[in-house]
Design a protein around this ligand. Structure first.
Ligand code: CBF
Length: 812
């Protein structure tokens, strides 16, 4: 029996009876309960384990096939993963949905009841974390050998409660009841050092010994990441911080000093306690840097362990390994790999540097200068003394290279240095990431262009070939098939089969159906039914959604000025023929970002005011469901008519919500920002509501001395909306928001106001023509095929990673 090929595995139940048997085994043997006394949770756990077994069997075959082919592995390092709920996805990806529905029915439960118990792991904050989840899904779907590495935060992104007072944050103990999707792997535990000092190694100029002052253990567990329509099951490996045995002080405990006895252990375990600890204090900032190094150190040791299983020489390391840095958070991986190679494995510095540069690639996800991470040198010196020495050496050699290319250009050296000197010495992580990698990419065409032209222009001048674009994408399985089953069925019927789920460009076949009135009616009926399910407003109203993190550059405040203007227009002329609208906001603001929290509070206040107004409320409703997460997005997106993508041009790197909404037939109102540009180019100018300055006009406006008051003074409706805020009828928060817009308006909200309003009028005119609107909606879906994460992964694979798929043989 060839165990390595997984041939020794028991065949899993493929009929209802067999599946039922497996479910009962799990109920009896793993849950230790009986059919008579099984609770919904027992049934959920037993079902999850049964489904998981199906995937685990595929995982065993995947591991065998991948090991046998000795491929170049993709290792994706990300501080965030927003994986979404697992049960529904895994039922779909294992093809066990129907079997499961029957089996749980016999136990007296419905699948929906059990799906409600499935808590999504909120291990991320926004677009970057969800992108990571879409990419690992597509890596598996494309049969690419890959491991995603991350942190298993005990508390994920906070749970948000919205009241009239705005946002309240509560802890998200997502795994409080356990997590049936996770496999602990304590044998692969790693040891991570912090603090301490370095000592020279006699006879070596580059090698050093690092003597850490604190040791923390990293314990991995993994979640399975199945591919869709294929056998491959990859993994995401998540690290938890554990105190070493030595950190428990038994003598203090015996002396009754219980808190003191565990304080070191608590400090160690705090590393994976929360996602993005508050960084308004020095300790909080240090904890974030500790998290980053913890992720990197555990993951690199694991990657090296896997490489060394084969006893190949270091010369082949980069041929077998590509490590993608998801933004700058894992950038310390560059000096860490150098440290491992030079200090621990005695690889000469030059060789180690060649290997390192060929191994890493870096994705930048921002254009906001303040989002490009830097860390104080003194913090590095204290926490990671050896890494700082390595960074200094990397920087010295790098600056020599720059000097050789641009002799005497001291200003350039200062700008490009990995170390910022003024006003405080800091390590520039994005510079380190560019210097230490083979490829750097932005996440939409405009973003990549602006990176080359502005934020990273000096680096692009030095290494033009290093800079690439890979436009983001999203999973059509999660964001159409699972979240919008009605539309998914109609698309499958319209196209003749469901091949589009693996080849999304096939949606183009819907174009011919856009002119078929009966198809349009069915399309429209589905949108309506999805709105009924969402149950936030009149399903016949225009459902206008703005769902994304709260940030001033995204300009939720612009949407709010539109709402206030509509409110005033309706009040002035209640008898006019208004288009009823439900405006839905959802999203979280970082707990310490007060301006964004003010905007949330203002929305909540205005929503309540409108609701209580009998003149306006029949036509306008503002809703703000709490706790935006993947699960909520999956409910809102299918019901959206209008997708608000109204950031100031040149600020949103890409956006992925824009793609999900267009894919589900929402029509975008947006600026020429991020991936909006590519969406518009594909769906067609007539099927997109454009407004506002483009990125170059916006930069010009700022450079020429932008004056928000100029717009306020010249536009009566804008002034009226602002004056309402200033009057204080919406409280101090209204005054604060208006004040910041009038005094500075960093993101040119007032400058784009009139253009936005005009575009919204165009929206309403179009909405009145249902056939036209529905046609546009169908064409949005039909031409969104490019925005599949499968295409994104294929781009990375071909142009950056240079990796090939490895097919996993079927069992039968
Ligand atoms: O690339 C994925 C997303 O990343 C962000 O969310 C980020 O965290 N930097 C950007 O803001 C988005 O534009 C981008 O789509």
């Amino acid at each position: 029996m060839d165990l390595r090929q997984g041939i020794g595995l028991r065949k899993l139940g493929k009929t209802t009876d067999e599946f039922q048997q497996d479910l009962l085994s799990n109920l009896y043997y793993r849950r230790g309960t009986t059919v008579e006394s099984a609770s919904a949770r027992d049934a959920y756990e037993a079902l999850s384990q049964t489904v998981r077994d199906h995937l685990a069997e595929r995982r065993a075959r995947t591991a065998a096939a991948q090991f046998a082919s000795n491929p170049r592995w993709v290792y994706y390092l990300s501080a965030e993963y927003l994986l979404g709920a697992q049960l529904e996805q895994n039922l779909l990806y294992s093809g066990t949905g129907d079997l499961a529905a029957e089996a749980v029915k016999a136990l007296g439960f419905s699948l929906e009841d059990l799906e409600d118990l499935d808590v999504e792991p909120g291990l991320g904050n926004g677009g970057l974390g969800r992108l990571a989840a879409c990419l690992v899904d597509s890596l598996a779907t494309r049969d690419i050998p890959a491991v995603g590495y991350g942190i298993r935060y005990d508390l994920g992104i906070f749970r948000q409660v919205i009241t009239e007072n705005g946002q309240t944050e509560l802890p998200d103990d997502w795994a409080f009841q356990g997590n049936p999707w996770e496999f602990p792997a304590p044998d692969d535990r790693q040891t991570v050092g912090f603090y301490g000092h370095t000592e020279p190694i006699p006879g070596s100029e580059t090698r050093k010994t690092w003597v850490p002052g604190e040791i923390v253990l990293g314990e991995p567990s993994h979640m399975l990441v199945p591919g869709y329509g294929t056998e491959t099951v990859n993994i995401v490996r998540l690290w938890s911080a554990k105190a070493s045995e030595a950190s428990f002080d038994l003598s203090r405990f015996s002396a009754g000093q219980y808190a003191e006895a565990v304080q070191e252990a608590v400090r160690a375990e705090n590393i994976s306690k929360v996602l993005y600890p508050d960084d308004s204090t020095e300790l909080g900032r240090e904890l974030r840097l500790k998290q980053q190094y913890f992720l990197v150190s555990c993951s690199l040791r694991d990657i090296v362990r896997r490489f060394r299983l084969r006893n190949e020489g270091w010369d082949t390391f980069a041929d077998k390994t590509v490590i993608q840095l998801n933004d700058t958070h894992p950038t310390i991986a560059i000096p860490e790999l150098m440290r491992l190679l030079v200090d621990e494995y005695e690889v000469p510095w030059e060789k180690a540097w060649e290997i390192t540069r060929k191994t890493f690639a870096y994705t930048c996800h921002t254009l906001l200068p303040e989002a490009l991470e830097t860390w104080p040198v003194r913090m590095f010196e204290k926490l990671l003394p050896r890494h700082l020495e390595i960074i200094y050496l990397i920087n010295m050699l790098f600056l020599r290279e720059v000097e050789a290319r641009f002799p005497g250009d001291h200003d350039r050296l200062r700008r490009m240095s990995i170390i910022q000197e003024e006003p405080e010495r800091r390590v520039r992580m994005a510079h380190l990431a560019v210097v230490g990698t083979e490829a750097v990419n932005g996440v939409a065409e405009l973003h990549s262009k602006l990176l080359r032209e502005t934020v990273l222009d000096d680096f692009a001048a030095l290494w033009p070939a290093k800079f690439q674009n890979v436009t983001n994408g999203v999973s059509p399985r999660r964001f159409v098939k699972l979240s919008n089953p009605r539309l998914s069925d109609l698309i499958t019927e319209g196209l003749g089969d469901d091949g589009w789920l693996r080849d999304l460009e096939r949606l183009a076949g819907l174009e011919r159906l856009a002119d078929d009135s009966s198809f349009r009616e069915r399309w429209q009926a589905i949108k309506r039914a999805n709105k009924v399910d969402l149950a936030v407003g009149d399903p016949d109203s225009l459902t206008d959604v703005m769902i994304k993190r709260f940030h001033e550059y995204k300009r939720q405040q612009l949407k709010l000025l539109h709402v206030i203007t509509l409110y005033q227009r309706i009040r002035q002329n209640p008898a006019a023929d208004w288009v009823p609208r439900t405006v839905l906001f959802a999203g979280k603001a970082a707990p310490a970002y007060h301006a964004a929290k003010d905007i949330i509070r203002l929305i909540a206040t205005i929503a309540a005011r409108i609701e209580a107004d009998p003149v306006v409320s029949p036509y306008l409703k503002v809703v703000f469901p709490s706790n935006y997460n993947v699960t909520l997005a999956e409910r809102i997106i299918p019901a959206a008519d209008l997708s608000e993508q109204i950031s100031l041009a040149g600020k949103e790197a890409s956006g992925t919500g824009n793609m999900k909404l267009a894919l589900n037939g929402a029509i975008t109102i947006g600026t020429l920002d991020g991936a909006n540009i590519e969406i518009r180019a594909r769906v067609g100018e007539d099927n997109f509501f454009l407004f506002g300055m483009d990125a170059y006009e916006a930069a010009q406006a700022r450079a020429n001395g932008y004056h928000p008051r100029h717009y306020y003074e010249r536009d009566d409706e804008l002034r009226a909306a602002m004056d309402t805020l200033i009057s204080g009828i919406f409280g101090d928060v209204g005054r604060r928001v208006a004040g910041s817009l009038l005094d500075w308006d960093e993101y040119l909200t007032l400058g784009d106001f009139r253009s936005y309003l005009e575009s919204q009028e165009h929206v309403e005119k179009t909405w009145r023509d249902t056939a036209r609107w529905t046609r546009m909606s169908i064409l949005n879906t039909a031409h969104s095929g490019f925005f599949s994460a499968d295409r994104t992964v294929a781009d990375y694979a071909a142009r950056i990673w240079r990796v090939a798929p490895v097919a996993v043989p079927r069992l039968d």
